[in-house]
Structure formats: C-alpha cells, structure tokens
Design a protein around this ligand. Structure first.
Ligand SMILES: N[C@@H](CCC(=O)N[C@@H](CS)C(=O)NCC(=O)O)C(=O)O
Length: 230
C-alpha cells in the first residue's frame, strides 16, 4: 500500500518494513486495527486475505481468522484489540490515552449483533478485495449463511430490523463522546459498528453520533461503505 501523507501534511513514519497487517476490508474487527494504523499514521503494509483462503491464515497463526499482524520479529499475532495495543505501544507516542467509557462499551455489546445482522447480507454483495473472485464471494456467502441463516430473508426484513435498531441509535445520542476527544478503547468498539452500518441505506445516525463518526473517519483517514449502501 502506498504511503499516505500525514493528516497535518507532515512526514509519515516508516516503521520496520517486516510488519504487515492482514485483513478483510469488510471485517469490523479488522476495522479496529486500521483505526490505530490511521490514527498513528503508520506506513504499515496491509494485505487482504481472500475469503475462502484458509491456507494463509492457518499457516500464519494456526487458524482461519483475521485480523493478523506480522510483528517486527516475524512472528504473528491475532485478536484485534491486542493488535491495537501492540501497535500503540510499538510506535510512541501513545494514541490511546482516555479511560474506557462503560456506557459505550455496554451499548456496543448490545448493538453489535443487530448492526452486523443488517450489514452482513450487504457485505456479501459488496465491492471488497476479499470477494474479488466468484469462488471467494461464494465462500463468504456460505460462511455468513452458516452464521446468520437465509441472507435474502434478512434483506427482506430490513425495515423491521432498522426499526428495532432505532432505540439503540436514540440511546447513543445521549452517551456518544464529543467529536475530537482523547482516544480510548471504547472508540475501537463504537466506530466499527457505525462504519458497518454505513452500508445500510435505511439507517440514519442521530446528529451527535454522526458528528462523532465523521470526525473519527477524518482522524483515521478511513473510508466507509456509504458509496455502496443499499
Ligand atoms: N476476537 C477476534 C474476532 C475476529 C473475527 O471473528 N474475525 C472474522 C472475520 S470478520 C474471522 O476471521 N472469521 C473466520 C473466517 O474468516 O472464517 C478479534 O477481535 O480479532
């Protein structure tokens, strides 16, 4: 991946070239690792593993899971929040300075499933590098059908699901942090949920959540999925 200029126009750090992040572009857990990469403006190479490619992750970490980080010493680690903390410590100064916000952590634990259930059938039809071949898309669709059931039925019940999500989005308006504040672990739980929801055209964030989300998009330099929302 080419270097991106620092957000302030300044130089971009050039960490040890042996480090590499393996992801799926749609994956909310991988999103956490891309957040820390963006917040710290790390010139850390990113490789997309194809859906259906069990061989690569199994060779690296003994199981089919992303995200994966290849560390400086050439060893590999999994678990998104462990990778976030590892990268934050490996490249000072620390980006994560705020304490966790229990109300956000609790909200995220309740909102994750309904949000991902709305996003997943759309992910299976999305433009993502990990789905670039018919075989990869078929493997992903099969994986998500195993996990979520009939994906077409989920699409057909979008209206009911969005209505059921609305109280959670209303609740978020009362607890979402002000935009631009100090970064904490809770941000890594909240942002991937809202970014996943960007692929769902019928979901409208409240004004406070939208302000926080758009500020975080800018701070991380990340794109979301709103250009392929349906
Ligand atoms: N607890 C893990 C969860 C990671 C996870 O569930 N990743 C999904 C992708 S969204 C995965 O690898 N699924 C297995 C597969 O691809 O078959 C983390 O936070 O990193």
């Amino acid at each position: 991946m080419p270097s991106q200029p620092g957000h302030d126009g300044g130089p971009v750090r050039d960490p040890d070239a042996s480090m590499k992040l393996y992801i799926y572009q749609h994956c909310p857990f991988c999103c956490r690792t891309l957040m820390i990469r963006g917040l710290k403006q790390l010139d850390l190479p990113v490789e997309v593993i194809m859906e259906g490619d069990a061989e690569t992750p199994t060779r690296l970490v003994g199981k089919k899971a992303v995200p994966i980080l290849r560390k400086r010493d050439g060893s590999h680690m999994t678990e998104s929040m462990d990778i976030v903390h590892y990268l934050d410590e490996a490249f000072p100064p620390r980006a994560i300075t705020a304490a966790p916000v229990p109300a956000i952590d609790d909200w995220a634990s309740r909102a994750f499933k309904p949000a991902i259930t709305l996003a997943v059938p759309r992910f299976t039809r999305g433009r993502f590098a990990e789905l670039a071949t018919p075989q990869a898309r078929a493997a992903y669709t099969e994986r998500e059908t195993r996990a979520f059931g009939d994906l077409q039925a989920l699409l057909d019940s979008t209206g009911e699901q969005v209505a059921a999500l609305q109280p959670l989005l209303d609740e978020l308006e009362g607890i979402v942090p002000a935009p631009g504040g100090a970064i904490g672990d809770s941000d890594f739980l909240l942002f991937p949920i809202l970014r996943s929801l960007s692929i769902v055209a019928a979901v409208r964030l409240g004004p406070k959540a939208r302000a926080w989300y758009e500020a975080m998009l800018q701070r991380t330099g990340m794109a979301d999925f709103s250009d392929q929302a349906s």
